[in-house]
Design a protein around this ligand. Structure first.
Ligand code: RNT
Ligand code: ZN
Length: 415
């Protein structure tokens, strides 16, 4: 008997069908963020990263052209099991021969290369307007600015992005999740907290007034508690974003698990939101002490989030996207570790006897529930993971890292 066959029997005794878990996971898309490859810079500007987010580190070999970024993503994806979707930011527009248009004038054609890349690999594309790293961010504000011209520019950007999102969906045949996040806020105590929020609300409404097919484009609003230099107040707070999504049909709340107070957990928020929203979206990251955007690992809260999605039968209702950026280590390895970690978390959640555990809870057998939850932690999950990776044609163990080392020598260090 192989190790997998042995493991399958052990899980079956607990009422878990590991073959079914593997088959299910193969169908679930996870969105891979292009911005891990170049430290959230993009191709449409020379200035620094702004908006209260920051990458740290200076590892050699960063992608600086579209060709390099796509090549790096390809390398990374070749080492990950599972179904992928691309996640692109508007600042990653690819202009042909010296052409340049500002963000309010972006068109689908500026993303044709992304579509070509996605189609060749049978992937959908998610999209993000880029409300940062741009000289039209006025005094740290975009959609919530008191300056009408500034607001208008960014509303036009949002509308352009809706059109581009619909183009992605039509071209790939897969709905496009379009996430609205701004770094708008104040470093120190504001005198008017409501004004910016009312303007932000009206601006998002103006963006969503752009006609689009709700089955093709899924607009989201992402909240955040604070940013670097935006410590006292963010316009798009948790209550703002959640309320906005709740009050606007077809708009989804997006939770980034780095965007809450340190003792709050998104795993607990997922079932709360799924009790009300037909669909929600996630940014999966790893905050250390703050919204540090470390590479996602197979750690407790990551597992807990995946468990909640599976337990709530949310695999078809929760749009999952990775969102982290580490410039201090090999960037391709960062992509791979994060994606594989989330895959492990999902597979492990699918291999959990959720109905049985829920039954123990409902019978108030809390002692046995604790015993069983601890027992599950040492089941031979590694053997199921190895089988899943084998079926997906990727290495199960750390052998994949050899590929990264080779690529670093041959490609990255030659840049
Ligand atoms: C920032 C938000 C946001 C960005 C991306 C690049 O704190 O998490 O989602 O990370 O849009
Ligand atoms: Zn995010």
């Amino acid at each position: 008997m192989t190790r997998y066959e042995e493991a399958k029997k052990i899980y079956a005794a607990m009422g878990v069908d590991t073959d079914a878990a593997i088959a299910k996971l193969k169908e679930i898309p996870v969105s891979l963020h292009c911005w891990q490859g170049d430290d959230v810079i993009g191709f449409d500007h020379d200035g620094p990263l702004t908006g209260g987010i920051q990458t740290t580190g200076n590892y050699p070999g960063k992608a600086t052209t579209p060709e390099q970024l796509l090549q790096d993503m390809d390398k990374a994806m070749s080492l990950m099991p599972g179904k992928k979707k691309l996640n692109v930011h508007a600042c990653y527009a690819i202009f042909e021969d010296g052409e340049f248009v500002d963000r309010d004038k972006l068109e689908p054609k500026h993303f044709a290369k992304w579509v070509e890349f996605a189609k060749e690999r049978n992937m959908g594309i998610d999209f993000n307007p880029t409300f940062f790293s741009h000289d039209k961010v006025k005094d740290g504000l975009t959609l919530s600015s008191p300056d009408e011209e500034t607001r208008k520019f960014w509303i036009e950007h949002g509308k352009a992005c809706i059109r581009i999102s619909e183009y992605f969906a039509k071209e790939t045949g897969i709905p496009c999740v379009m996430n609205i996040w701004t770094g708008d806020g104040f470093k120190d105590i504001p005198a008017d907290r409501m004004g910016p929020r009312v303007r932000y609300k009206e601006s998002i409404e103006a963006i969503l007034a752009e006609p689009f097919d709700k089955n093709l484009v899924k607009p989201c609003v992402e909240s955040k508690v604070f940013g670097i230099g935006v410590e006292a107040y963010t316009v798009g707070s948790a209550e703002f974003s959640l309320s906005f999504a709740a009050m606007h049909d077809g708009c989804l709340p997006l939770m980034d698990n780095g965007h809450y107070h340190p003792t709050e957990v998104v795993s607990d928020k997922i079932p709360a939101l799924l009790a009300f929203f037909p669909e929600i979206a996630l940014h999966i990251t790893r905050p250390i002490r703050w919204d540090s955007d470390h590479v996602v690992l197979f750690d407790d809260e990551t597992k807990e989030m995946a468990k909640e999605i599976v337990r709530c039968e949310g695999l078809d209702k929760v749009y999952m996207a990775l969102d982290y950026f580490d410039a201090s280590i090999n960037r391709i390895s960062a992509w791979v570790v994060g994606f594989r970690s989330w895959q492990k978390a999902l597979l492990s959640a699918l291999c959990t006897p959720n109905a049985f555990l829920a039954e123990l809870q409902d019978k108030n057998s809390m002692t046995e529930l604790m015993v069983m939850q601890e027992e599950i932690k040492t089941l031979p999950f590694g053997d199921v993971w190895a089988e899943y990776c084998a079926q997906c044609g990727v290495a199960a163990g750390a052998e994949w890292f050899k590929e990264i080392e080779k690529y670093e020598q041959e490609v990255l260090l030659a840049r």
